[in-house]
Design a protein around this ligand. Structure first.
Ligand SMILES: NC(=O)c1ccc[n+]([C@@H]2O[C@H](COP(=O)([O-])OP(=O)(O)OC[C@H]3O[C@@H](n4cnc5c(N)ncnc54)[C@H](OP(=O)(O)O)[C@@H]3O)[C@@H](O)[C@H]2O)c1
Length: 261
């Protein structure tokens, strides 16, 4: 039985992960901004008595020291921190304000860095701990209308690969996940070029892997201590990832065709 802290747990993949870890008998801390949604998720967990709601805004990095103390205090320790909360983006570079590029970077990259730095001393002291990081296929390749999102996700690989190399000898694990399309509300919340929400569903996301199946795959990857794992269907995104290793030039040639639907 472990203590798992999941950010972005008020919907989508984070919500499904809360259900999966709770059903497996783990103690779970769930974070996001919307407290009422977190309470709903808690009530839906197999073992709500072993779930704590810890509201937080990932953009408020100054509060992370306090949030980490609360998280550790809830069950006496944290074993696994799942960095999952975030936002996607839709907009051509030419139409996307610099402020939007920065906003996505703050949430999808710097908040993960800041929360990791706040949690790291606890893991080092215990000579144990596991960072699980939600990247994306977009963390490996680049396609139209995703420049801010892909940049933030690519940056996660660089940061967490370096961290893994630094802390491996201390008994601390780092797993970076690269999901393909998963059925969640991510498209509705996508930030567009002027900073407003896209507010509509995406055909690709709707045909993606159900979030509960994504959570099962993530749990398996976490339990195995995988360095990296693709989470999704054996579909176009998976083919793109495999091709990117074997023939990256071909992926770059095909990339203009992958405008999000
Ligand atoms: N769905 C996919 O196809 C897909 C594919 C690849 C990667 N991913 C990644 O998976 C992760 C989860 O996304 P999802 O698909 O589950 O989307 P989602 O359903 O929209 O969930 C996003 C979560 O992030 C939280 N969040 C957003 N802004 C926040 C902030 N400022 N502070 C704290 N929490 C915040 C939201 O909670 P509140 O609004 O309550 O704060 C929500 O719980 C993301 O990192 C995403 O990039 C998703």
């Amino acid at each position: 039985m472990k203590v798992i802290w999941i950010t972005g747990a008020s919907s989508g993949i984070g919500e499904a992960l809360a259900y999966a870890f709770s059903a497996a008998g783990d103690k779970v801390l769930i974070s996001a901004r919307r407290t009422e949604e977190l309470e709903r998720v808690k009530a839906g967990c197999a073992n709500p008595g072993m779930v704590r709601v810890l509201p937080m805004d990932l953009l408020d990095t100054a509060s992370f020291g306090e949030r980490v103390r609360e998280a550790i205090g809830a069950f006496g320790q944290v074993d696994i921190l799942v960095h999952n909360g975030g936002v996607t983006q839709r907009g051509y570079v030419v139409d996307t304000e610099l402020a939007v590029q920065r906003q996505v970077m703050e949430l999808d990259y710097f908040s993960y860095v800041a929360l990791t730095k706040a949690m790291l001393p606890h893991f080092i002291e215990r000579k144990s701990g596991h960072f699980v990081v939600m990247s994306s296929v977009m963390g490996k390749i680049g396609t139209p209308m995703r420049s801010a999102y892909a940049a933030a996700k690519h940056a996660l690989h660089g940061f967490f690969d370096c961290l893994r190399a630094e802390v491996a000898a201390m008994g601390i694990l780092v797993t970076v996940l690269t999901p393909g399309y998963v059925q969640t509300n991510i498209s509705q919340h996508a930030i567009t070029g002027d900073g407003s929400a896209l507010g509509k569903a995406s055909e690709n996301i709707e045909k993606g892997l159900p979030a509960s199946r994504a959570a099962d795959k993530i749990m398996r990857a976490v339990r195995k201590g995988r360095y990296e794992a693709y989470i999704g269907k054996r579909s176009m995104e998976w083919v793109a990832l495999v091709l990117n290793r074997l023939a990256p030039g071909l992926v770059m040639k095909l990339a203009p065709k992958f405008v999000p639907k």
